[in-house]
Structures are given as C-alpha cells and as structure tokens.
Write a protein that binds this ligand. Structure first.
Ligand code: ADP
Length: 432
C-alpha cells in the first residue's frame, strides 16, 4: 500500500483488476484516524475518489490484522469485503452482486436471487412474489462469503391447469357431484318411503278402528231390531201361560202361533242382519204390495189396539206389484210404525195413516202420524246413524231403513204433515 494517496499506481492496479473481474466494482483503502475513516476509492474510470466518514458506525470491528469481514450494502445490489491490513489500515473490495449472476442466461419464467445475512442483494427474472411460484435456496459453501442463492420458477395458470388435465378433472368433479346428488336423492327417497310406510300403517290402524266401530254399530242394530220380537215373545208366552191356567185352548193356540211368528221373525231379522253385514244383495222378489203391507201390519196390530192407536190403511191399487225383499220391507214398515207409536205417546186421538199411491214410474208408500212431528232442526239428520232425540233411543232405526230401501233401489224421505210422515219410493213392478 502506498503511503501517499491517492496513488496512481494503485489506481492502475485497480483498473486492471476491475477490468479482469467485472464483478468487482471498486477497491478502496481505508485509513482509520481516531474516529474518522479516510477512504480512497480506486478502479473507477474517473479516477480515485477521496471521502471521510465516522469509522465506528461504518466499519466492521477487527481484533488483529489479517482478519476479514463481509457486509451487504442495502439497496445497492452490492456487498463489501474488508480486510484489516495493519492496525489502522483496511482494504475494501466492493462486489457487484448482479454481475455474479448473468441475467441474460435466466430462462423465462425462472428467477434467481442472492442474499447475504438475510439482506437481499439482487433478484432477477420473473417476479418471485407471484402466488404461483416455487423456489429453493442454496447456501454458498464459501464461509468467507456466506451468500444464499435462491432459484425459483413462476407458473402460469395454463401450466398449473393444462387443458388435458382439466378435462378429466372436470369429468371427475362432475362424477363426484353426480354421486353426491344421487346419494342425496336416494336418502330423500328412503325418507319418503319411510313416511309413506308410516302413513300406510296409520291408515291400516284407522281402517281397523273403522271396522271395530262398524261392528259396534251392527251389534247395536241387531239389539235394536231384536228387542221388539223378543218383547212380543215374552208377552205372548205370558198370555199362553194364563190361557193354560184358565184352560182356554183358543187363546193358547193364538199365543203359541204368535210366538212361532215372532220367533221366525227374529230368525229372519238375524238372517237379514247377517246379509247386511256381509254386504250380500237383497233377495228381491216380485210381490203384491198390498200383501206385503198386510203382513207387516199384522205384526203391530195387537200392540196398536192395546195402545188405542187408530190405524188407517188406504191402498190405492190392490193389484200393484213391487220388486222388494219382503222381510226387509216389512222390517222398514215395522220400524216406521214403531217410531210413529213412540211419537204418539200421550197424544190425543192418536192415529197412524198408511197409504200407497204412485208418482210417474214410482210406487209410493207413506207412513204418517198425527204426533208432534219431526223436530225441524233434526230433519236433515234423522237418517244419520246414532242420531236420536229420545233418552233411550239408539238412532239406528232410520239409517237401517234407508239402507234396506236403497238395496231395493228405492228412496225414503221424511217430512212433516199433520205430524211425522215418511215417504218410501220404489220402482213400480207393474200390475198383477
Ligand atoms: P231412535 O228411534 O232410536 O231415536 P231412529 O233412527 O228410528 O232412532 O229415529 C231417529 C230420530 O228421528 C228419533 O229420535 C226422532 O227424533 C225422529 N223421528 C223418527 N220418527 C219420528 C216420528 N214419527 N215423529 C217424530 N220424530 C220422529
């Protein structure tokens, strides 16, 4: 080192060095004089430059001559290598980091960078900060210059998702969506079926309850219909017993005949009920209306006489034929007369009018009484099962009448005339 600086010799030497090693920017000699560092920089084409700065802040600390130190220069793409030559003299090489890596040799899409002690010296090529990039870092094996080299590659969207991969990917995605939707649909279908099964079960339970109710209704109907013949059997048996005591064979015979009739009637009613329950068709036969009515009336005559109820029968055409189930028909007439009897209880001059007539092709049979009449509010409901206005009534007589007449292709309606009046319409079967 020349004692007199700036030295043209050193400048010449530095020029040669920087020409030979383009990565060396310049060479400086530093003379530390107390707190001040005198710096002469060589190697620039413009010649040596002289500068001064505070030594403590700017220079690395050394213990003994021969030691080296390295420092990055922030923001200048360069770093300095210092060597302590004597106790107060240093030599400094300034290295251009970007010249270490030839930028023109970096392939498109790649980037390289150099850093020293975590300070970035230099970056070139594609933007390494891009989201779609991958980089790796190497440490230089030279402990005197602990540089880190970063090599990276930036990827374009097309490279990351090439169309030949995208198509199968989309297909796979579509298959996945299809599977998920299919699974969801299958689950919904299963839930639907479970709900349907639960509904069916509920429906079956309701149907069962309906059958049980219907059975109850039928049982009540049977009890209702049998009450009358059984009562008649009882009274006729008592009459027979009395006749035996007084040894009146005529009365005995009459009572026993009546018993036989009532027992047959009870049997017939049970038969009808069985047919009704099983839904069997009515046994329709062509009979003279007058005969069917006379038979029906015979069943109640004695009772009416006993209760002092007048019975007026007016048959318009004795040759009129009707297609009816005789037992069912008698049951209906019997029921209507019994209702009339109950309505007439306690009434002055009680009377029942039974008359027949015709209206177009229909035969009309009416059972009317001069009782209080049918409650107007109840008129619409009296054919409903279990509808009754009587404390001990069951409300099954009229629904049963309607059902039986329907089976004979007829209709029945109720209205108020002098009292209650029931009109049956049956298809005419012509004349005898
Ligand atoms: P129940 O005789 O057990 O009440 P029905 O079905 O035979 O059952 O009759 C239903 C209702 O119709 C009776 O409770 C009564 O209110 C009314 N009804 C039936 N016949 C007559 C009538 N001749 N006069 C007045 N009301 C009647």
């Amino acid at each position: 080192m020349s004692p007199t600086e700036p030295s043209p010799t050193i400048q010449g030497l530095a020029n040669s060095i920087t020409a030979f090693y383009p990565r060396i920017d310049d060479i400086a000699t530093i003379h530390v004089d107390g707190p001040t560092a005198h710096v002469v920089t060589y190697g620039k084409p413009t010649g040596p430059t002289v500068a001064e700065y505070p030594a403590g802040a700017e220079l690395p600390g050394f213990n003994k001559p021969g030691e080296t130190a390295i420092r990055a220069i922030v923001g200048k793409n360069a770093y300095d290598i210092y060597k302590l030559v004597e106790s107060n003299r240093l030599l400094r090489l300034r290295i251009n980091a970007s010249a270490l890596l030839p930028a023109d040799e970096i392939s498109p899409g790649y980037f390289v960078g150099l850093s020293l002690d975590d300070i970035k010296l230099f970056t070139s090529g594609a933007n390494e900060a891009s989201r779609l990039s991958a980089a790796t870092s190497l440490s230089a094996s030279n402990p005197g210059q602990p540089l880190h080299l970063t090599l990276g590659r930036r990827f374009s969207l097309g490279e990351l998702m090439p169309p030949r991969l995208i198509a199968p990917l989309m297909l796979g995605l579509a298959a996945l969506v299809w599977l998920v939707v299919g699974y969801r649909n299958a689950r919904q279908e299963r839930h639907r079926q479970e709900r349907r099964a639960a509904l069916l079960e509920q429906e079956a339970r309701l149907a069962h309850a309906g059958r049980v109710n219907a059975l109850g209704e039928m049982a009540s109907g049977i009890a209702h219909e049998l009450a009358q013949p059984v009562a008649a059997l009882l009274s006729q048996s008592q009459a027979a017993r009395r006749a035996l005591v007084i040894q009146d064979n005529d009365i005995l015979l009459q009572a026993l005949d009546a018993n036989v009739r009532e027992a047959k009637r009870a049997g017939d009613i049970l038969g009808r009920m069985r047919a009704y329950i099983s839904g069997a068709k009515a046994r329709i036969e062509m009979v003279a209306l007058a005969d069917a009515l006379t038979d029906a009336v015979r069943l109640v005559e004695a009772d009416l006489v006993q209760r002092s109820i007048a019975l007026n029968i007016a048959i318009s055409d004795r040759s009129c034929m009707v297609a009816i189930d005789v037992i069912s028909f008698q049951q209906v007439i019997h029921n209507l007369i019994r209702n009339a009897v109950e309505a007439l209880f306690g009434r002055p001059e009680p009377r029942i009018n039974l008359w027949t007539g015709s209206e177009g092709q229909d035969v009309i049979i009416a059972v009317a009484d001069n009782g209080p009449g049918i409650d107007v509010a109840a008129l619409d409901r009296i054919f409903e099962p279990f509808f009754t206005t009587k404390p001990d009534g069951m409300g099954l007589g009229l629904p049963l009448c309607a059902r039986l007449i329907e089976k004979m292709n007829g209709t029945i309606e109720a209205r108020n005339d002098d009292g209650g009046c029931f009109i049956i319409r049956l298809p005419s079967g012509g004349a005898q």
